[in-house]
Design a protein around this ligand. Sequence first.
Ligand code: GDP
Ligand code: IMO
Ligand code: MG
Length: 424
Amino acid sequence: MNTGKVDVLLGLQWGDEGKGKVVDVLTPKYDVVARFQGGPNAGHTLEFEGQKYVLRSIPSGIFQGGKVNIIGNGVVLAPDLFMQEAKDLEKSGHDLKSRLHISKKAHLIMPTHRVLDAAIEASKGKNKVGTTGKGIGPTYTDKVSRTGLRVGDILENFQEKYEAHKALHLKQIASLGYTDFDITEVEKTWMEGIEYLKQFPIVDSEVEINKVLRSGKNILCEGAQGTMLDVDFGSYPFVTSSNTICAGACIGLGIGPNRIGNVYGIMKAYCTRVGAGPFPTELFDETGAKIRDLGHEYGAVTGRERRCGWCDLVQLKYSVMVNGVTELIMMKSDVLDGFDTIKACVAYKLKDGSVTTDFPYEIDDVEPVYKEFKGWKTDMTQFTSEDQFPQEFKDYIAFLEDFLETRIGIISIGPDREQTIVRK
Ligand code: GDP
Ligand code: IMO
Ligand code: MG
């Protein structure tokens, strides 16, 4: 049978690797682009023709040539935030209504889920996760507890279902002793969002996707967050509440594992993290501040300062393993253009003094062992071919490829769509 293939693109670190930019760059090679997990906790930035866009729930394939984009069953959707995001795009001249399809099985983030998110964070005190406050955890909790509301539910007797769910949430919020909230206004906009959602094709996306494949067309799956935020394999409990890894694409879209082709692993030439939790290579000195400054490392949605550090190859090797990465894509190498020395963590020294390259159960107390590289000290942002790369940069990427046993197929040298070097 002539079937199309599914490629998966996902983050290998703690999110914000530059997934949005690469999805946009790769979209012309695909017929459909689909998001499979996460929700408005994501902020995917794209830049082209002097314009900058930040997408949260809408897939990053929406700008290239009228392709169908799908919000899959594994995504959690906030109708009010979705309406705001979609209307902004429509205002800037991008028609969405016919080619943005939404799964009936995607779960709805209710206003009370966001209050619960805040209440649970407040109850954790100094152990809080530092969530984006978008209700992600409570919505996935309801999904797994079999008490969630789905997009398909809006088509019939919705108000009744909504009130029942809300009443349950209000009890949970009260039991946490949380009183500092008023959802009156938000609820109004949220209900407008529900009506707005009905203008989009609400579909059985797993059926649609498999029909697309059967007709020989190709699909690109766009991950959100990153492998270290995966609920199973990330730095638990400082993670998000979905499976961000490649297998998440099968579950979040209804695709058989044998359909997966390429797995593109996106990594920064250094590393960042937003929110709380361990980060072995974090830099607290002026080098960290310099990376933050040059890389504009502030949250795309929340504006929060991102924690910055050197590239962690022990962590990346683990991510390559759990995702079955077939090709690496390295972002933001331009940010390191002016550095005299670049470092990469090649092993962890554990509390008992032993040294390992295996990613351990806990990374709170590991001490990174670094290898130093001579900086390339060259502005690469206008390069158009890998032949222009300085030798020091070639040496750096050759080392990464060797250590990670995976080819780096694309190197990004700036935020614009054009600033992308596809290697031979
Ligand atoms: P995502 O969540 O993985 O899509 O990444 P974000 O959009 O949250 O963060 C990546 C940031 O880096 C955005 O501001 C991008 O515009 C920017 N960016 C992407 N690639 C590059 C690059 O190669 N160089 C530089 N300097 N910026 C980049
Ligand atoms: P993109 O797709 C970076 C982080 C939060 C917090 C933890 C849990 O843009 O890469 P949540 O709201 O999901 O319950 O928060 O996960 N986080 C992200 N960090 N990029 C993201 O998405 C993130 N989405 C969630 O900061 O530490
Ligand atoms: Mg982001």
